[in-house]
Design a protein around this ligand. Sequence first.
Ligand code: FMN
Length: 333
Amino acid sequence: MPINFWEKLKKKTKPILALAPLAGFTDSAFRQICKQYGADVLYSEMASTAALFYTLGRVEAGRAVGKNAAAKILKNTTIKLLQFDRQAEKYYVVQMFGSEPEHFAAAAKIITEVVRPDGLDINFGCPVPKVVKQGAGCGLMKDPERARAVIEAVLANTNLPVSIKIRAKAGEVTALDFLKHISDLPIAAVMIHGRTHAQGFTGEPDWKMIKAARKYFKGVILANGSVNDLAKAKQVLKLSGADGLGLARGILGRPWLFKEIKKDKQIDLQPKAVYKLALEHAALVYKLKGKTGIVELRKHLVWYMSGLNGAAKIREQLVKVNNLADVKKIFSA
Ligand SMILES: Cc1cc2nc3c(=O)[nH]c(=O)nc-3n(C[C@H](O)[C@H](O)[C@H](O)COP(=O)(O)O)c2cc1C
């Protein structure tokens, strides 16, 4: 029986710091870097439950995943996206998105048995119109009955702890309405993005709403939104009364923010140390994904430069890198 790591963290770790899901950024290399800098929980890239259901679920749902089936599943693109390093990525949570309980049931079963992460998470907060239109992300939060059916389907198909990520409000449904509606279900943790669906990714999150959520939710509560530095982290923990934080854009280019919060001390990395870190990140990505990883890394490299003065010229070069040698050359010049 897998441990409920959320409960374990709740007893021992204050505040609990999570790398929030950031599709397109949170691959294994970046998660490992964040872990090295103090993240307690690492969210995966977003896994499409429809993709898993249509490619694998019809065959496998409802049955234990056998040896041959597992080999086939391992070649699946979504499953490949979810691979992780058990030692270097503790605790690792796979986030699923979709709209159909049946898809979630199949995906939860397959991910639990084949990927074997430490936890499963359900996305109720994605505001991307294409996702919402399908009734996923915020579209699912707006529909508490369907949302409940989705959570029940996941719980019935995994022995891993299940968490959810919601917004302060989607449609007419507030985070409080939502949590009240599912308060009898054994959900281990909730990350609340304190902005409404209408706010998207800007504006001040509603920390009071997160504080009020405690009344309806007994598990771990993580506050999320706009935490970009140590001072803000302290303010949010105080105002929200949360058990911890989900850090998203604030750690892009500065994963040491985890360490700053853990140690309650500001860290001013000199440019040379930032270059060294960016190079370590590049070497790790190259090891795991080869040249494709380096091209994908360009956006991270630009973020690393964002806090440095006079880095415009380096940035211009970084957006063109194609292999590890290119990155090494730029940082050693
Ligand atoms: C590029 C990008 C990708 C994201 N991908 C996901 C995702 O896959 N799942 C999810 O629940 N939230 C996702 N989010 C939302 C973040 O987890 C977070 O809730 C949001 O950025 C607010 O936090 P922040 O203000 O600290 O960035 C994403 C945000 C961004 C900017």
